[in-house]
Design a protein. Structure first.
Length: 114
């Protein structure tokens, strides 16, 4: 079993899983089951898995939802919220990108105004 695509949109993680039979999927956050996981048939040996991200998962810091079929880990959904964590390179990279965008806009405005 292999996850081919995975993305989050509208508060739902959706992925395409290649499998011979419909997989039994569960999602866990801190050992607690995430309700509402669905598996629907897709094209030729593929299944569409949807995991809704409940509000109780959204908290300060890094949150992880483990998506698995039996004992096999299919995916890890990682959410980062709130103040950037010290040493969290993703938060630092995001901050650097935001600052670079500000500098880029200021430079473009300076060039336009001559």
């Amino acid at each position: 079993m292999k996850v081919e695509l995975g993305k989050i949109a509208g508060g739902v993680w959706e992925a395409v899983v290649a499998a011979d039979a419909p997989p039994v999927i569960e999602a866990l956050h801190g050992g607690r089951a995430v309700e509402g996981v669905t598996v629907k048939p897709g094209a030729s040996g593929r299944f569409v898995v949807r995991v809704p991200i409940p509000a109780w998962v959204l908290n300060e810091g890094v949150q992880t939802i483990l998506v698995q079929a039996g004992n096999a880990r299919l995916a890890v959904i990682t959410l980062v919220a709130g103040e950037p964590l010290d040493g969290d390179f993703r938060a630092e990279l995001s901050l650097l990108r935001a600052e670079l965008d500000v500098l880029k806009r200021a430079f473009q405005r300076h060039v336009r105004e001559g």
